[in-house]
Design a protein around this ligand. Structure first.
Ligand code: XMP
Length: 532
């Protein structure tokens, strides 16, 4: 396996994903995990190499992060990327200077010496026989003197030391980002590092993972019973399918219907899990209780708190009835684990994200989190390997408070019913309309797959319309569709006008009570993805 030391770059997780795509298990830890952790981690010999991520700081400042010195003493190859390269240069006796201008965007760099890392890897070859790489740069500082033992590996006019190597110690460093797709040969470089230089075997694959994960779950829970809060979302669904495969009837799922689910969602979840897979699912219809508590409440944060609190209460009551349960299973995935470990992160809470599944520890249950090691795309792959349908595994994320944050202001059943219908029409049209993006087999993917999240929002204001000969005075629905990598920033999706027109016509014709449809063209920031 490969250890990635995180200096806070936005794209650190991409490094881990690229390494895993190369078939090698990799983990991300914050730069301040401590030497003991790293020493222990390397003890059994399975650690084959370390990658140092980028970051926003400057090593020319004294109090900025450094590489734990032990990394250079483990005897395994090290690859520094961007800030990782600068920290490496600084700590091993080179020099880093504050660049006067930031270099950001595409660049071409020239290979200077033959190194094992880059041998035979090039986008093109110059007339004088030099290998050239097209890369993505994003840095202010640069290395101006290489440490003893190193040679210059890459350079260009604005960055004379764009890469350096000490082949005897197998230390390599790149000023650009090989993990982003803009660096054309990035994948080849990462493959070369993990396989040829680190000698890591490509043994990280889904079929093996499934059998190992099943074994691990059986070993962990033994004959105990397990409870899982099923939400219909990808993570809890895949966790349920995996745990059921491992321990069958020892698993009981609790599916709380708060009345704020999408159209037919309850039935869909019950059909898939209870009927098709034979999982024990307790379906609790608590919609009246939720609606009652939400009556008259208009403040978004207040609504979230109520939904969160009621959810926990309902779940605890049901869980309390399962007498032999010793474990609470959750669909926590690897990015959640990294986020909560990365201390240095400034992340500000813009909205209190109540995740259904985030339960208090008063249940006295031990946590079972079988997806803790997986990235979202790996969770999806696992879901498919377990036989879950593609539509479920590739579903857009849906917030824990459900339609509660998509009905502006006070939540009423009448509003939720109208919204469900409008939303279903929008989603159906997105599914059925091919986009301008193709998959790796060259087929056009649907607009549903081409967007990261799409939904309708209910606006409790009435506007005047005309239908047939009559005047109408009815509610408004807003459509929202965004494209994003990480949901921290997002662009509004440029859906074709014909598609929007069709959705609008259908909603106004088919949903009685809606006479106007608008499209949200705000990015995040400054808007958020949800309206509340
Ligand atoms: P925003 O609206 O903050 O949303 O741009 C970012 C992502 O988070 C989801 N979201 C939530 N998920 N509980 C959740 O479980 C919440 O309260 C919540 N609020 C927003 C949102 O759907 C989007 O994917």
């Amino acid at each position: 396996r490969i250890l990635i030391i995180d200096f806070g770059s936005q794209v650190t997780q991409l490094i881990a994903r690229r390494v895993r795509e190369a078939g090698v298990f990799s983990e991300v830890v914050p730069y301040d995990v401590g030497s003991d952790f790293i020493r222990d981690y390397a003890k059994d010999g399975s650690l084959k190499g370390v990658i140092l991520s980028g970051g926003q700081n400057s090593v020319t400042d004294d109090d900025t992060p450094r590489v734990p010195q032990i990394v250079f003493e483990l005897g395994v190859p090290v690859l520094g990327i961007c800030y990782g390269m600068q920290a490496m240069a600084d700590q091993l006796g080179g020099k880093v200077e504050n660049g006067k201008v930031r270099e950001f965007g595409y660049a071409e760099v020239r290979a200077r010496n033959h190194t094992r890392l880059l041998e035979g890897i090039a986008d093109f070859v110059t007339a004088d026989g030099a290998n050239m790489l097209k890369v993505w740069m994003s840095h202010g500082d640069k290395v101006t003197e290489i440490p003893p033992g190193f040679t210059v590996m890459l350079s260009n006019d604005s960055c004379p030391i764009a890469g350096m190597a000490d082949e005897s110690r197998k230390f390599y460093a790149l000023q650009f980002h090989p993990e982003v797709t803009h660096t054309v040969q990035g994948k080849a470089i990462i493959n070369r590092f993990v396989h040829d230089i680190c000698g890591a075997k490509a043994d990280w694959n889904m079929p093996d993972y499934v059998s190992e994960a099943i074994e691990a779950i059986r070993k962990k829970v033994g004959k105990d019973d397990v409870i899982l809060g099923l939400s219909g979302g990808v993570d809890s669904s895949v966790a349920a399918a995996l745990i059921h495969r491992a321990i069958g009837d020892q698993l009981t799922c609790v599916f709380v219907d708060h009345g704020l689910l999408r159209l037919n969602e309850g039935k869909m979840v019950m059909d898939m899990f209870a009927k098709n897979l034979g999982v024990k699912v307790i379906h609790v219809d608590a919609s009246e209780q939720f609606m009652g508590q939400l009556a008259g409440v208009t403040d978004p944060e207040e609504k979230r708190k109520i939904i969160g609190r009621e959810f926990v209460e309902v779940f605890q009551t049901e869980a309390g009835k399962i007498k032999n349960a010793k474990w609470l299973a959750q669909g926590t995935i690897y990015p959640d684990v990294i986020e909560s470990a990365g201390k240095g992160k400034k992340g500000q809470t813009i909205k209190s994200h109540h995740n259904v599944g985030g339960l208090p520890d008063t249940l006295n249950l031990q946590l079972l989190e079988p997806l803790r090691e997986l990235f979202k795309d790996e969770v999806r792959e696992l879901g498919l390997a377990l036989g879950l349908p593609r539509e479920m595994v590739y579903r857009h994320p849906f917030p824990g408070p459900g339609l509660g944050v998509r009905i502006l202001g006070e939540v009423k059943k009448q509003y939720a019913d109208l919204l469900r219908e409008a939303d279903a029409i929008f989603i159906e049209e997105l599914w059925n309309t091919p986009s301008d993006t193709v998959n790796d087999r060259g087929e056009a993917i649907s607009w549903y797959d081409a967007t990261s999240q799409a939904f309708a929002v209910f606006l409790p204001v009435k506007s005047v319309g005309v239908m047939g000969d009559g005047r109408t005075y009815e509610y408004v629905v807003a459509l929202r569709a965004v494209q994003t990598q990480d949901f921290m920033t997002a662009h509004w999706a440029h859906l074709p006008h014909e598609l929007l027109g069709r959705v609008s016509n259908r909603i106004i014709n088919e949903v009685r009570g809606i006479n106007r449809v608008v499209y949200d063209i705000s990015g995040k920031p400054p808007a958020t993805i949800e309206w509340e």
